[in-house]
Design a protein around this ligand. Structure first.
Ligand SMILES: NC(=O)c1ccc[n+]([C@@H]2O[C@H](COP(=O)([O-])OP(=O)(O)OC[C@H]3O[C@@H](n4cnc5c(N)ncnc54)[C@H](O)[C@@H]3O)[C@@H](O)[C@H]2O)c1
Length: 255
């Protein structure tokens, strides 16, 4: 077993979901301690218990990342239990649909817009605000933001709130890469294409099949394929890479 992340503490948001849990498993397999941030308390506690039984150092904190005070409480508990984090994966994201369909601008309830902005974008500021003082002090750190190909190109499966927040993450990635570079903290992003996770079940199967048909590799991706790219950005192999957003999309929606 390789151990690229031995003795390092990683925080992953949306840690119980499809891509999040693959990222968590990837870091644990390479020696890290991992703080799990998610609002699904039942699945989170069960996952934490299963990981602890396998001998891993993990700490799950039930958190609604839309609220700064809850992010602060999660950050404080995780770092108290596992040590200060030098790797932050801002993975959490939601893509609400109504009857399997993305709402158009004239249909969108402002409350839905605000919730997506709070979860997909504000939480990334909150967690990064909390995690970077230690990274700056240590002169070592990695921030990885989970964008989407829908933040780079028009994608009719998602609504405008999702596209706007994922595009926002690309702006944040570049801006923070420039701000944090002199402190030896890198900031990169991932832009997954269509990945087989519970998030996909919000649309009819025909839509996912149609995406696979126009993807260069003719299939959907797996959470592990996104996790592999995430671990690369977090690793020493990517020490001179910052401000980049990598498509992990099998050649779908190439820009
Ligand atoms: N699956 C895809 O095809 C795909 C494509 C591009 C980008 N992404 C992005 O990858 C990330 C992970 O997606 P996924 O497919 O694994 O999703 P998922 O729905 O499987 O998991 C999302 C997780 O986030 C948690 N969560 C949701 N709202 C929360 C909140 N307010 N506070 C705390 N936790 C909350 C959920 O409980 C869940 O565990 C998201 O940012 C998503 O936008 C996914």
């Amino acid at each position: 077993m390789s151990s690229r992340f031995q003795d390092q503490t990683v925080i992953v948001t949306g840690a119980v979901g499809g891509i999040g849990s693959a990222i968590v498993d990837g870091f644990l397999a390479e020696g890290a301690r991992v703080g799990l941030v998610d609002f699904n308390s039942q699945a989170g506690q069960a996952y934490e218990q299963a990981l602890r039984k396998r001998g891993h150092d993990v700490c799950f904190v039930q958190t609604d990342v839309a609220h700064f005070d809850q992010c602060q409480a999660a950050y404080d508990r995780i770092t108290a239990e596992l040590g200060a984090a030098t790797i932050l994966v801002n993975n959490v994201g939601i893509s609400p649909k109504t009857s399997g369909r993305a709402l158009k601008v004239w249909e969108m309830p402002p409350a839905e817009w605000n919730n997506v902005v709070a979860v997909n974008l504000n939480s990334v500021f909150y967690m990064t605000r909390l995690a970077t003082p230690h990274m700056v002090q240590e002169r070592r750190g990695r921030v990885i933001n989970m964008s989407s190909v829908a933040g780079k190109a028009y994608c009719d499966i998602v609504a405008a709130h999702y596209a706007a927040t994922k595009a926002g993450l690309i702006g944040l990635t570049r801006h923070w890469a420039a701000e944090l570079g002199e402190h030896q903290v890198t900031v990169n992003g991932l832009a997954p294409g269509r990945i087989s996770t519970p998030l996909l079940k919000s649309v009819p199967q025909e839509i996912n099949d149609a995406v696979a048909a126009v993807t260069a590799l003719r299939r959907l991706g797996t959470p592990e394929e996104v996790a592999d790219a995430c671990l690369f950005f977090a690793s020493d192999q990517a020490r001179f890479v910052t401000g980049q957003v990598l498509d992990v999309a099998g050649g779908w929606l190439m820009t």
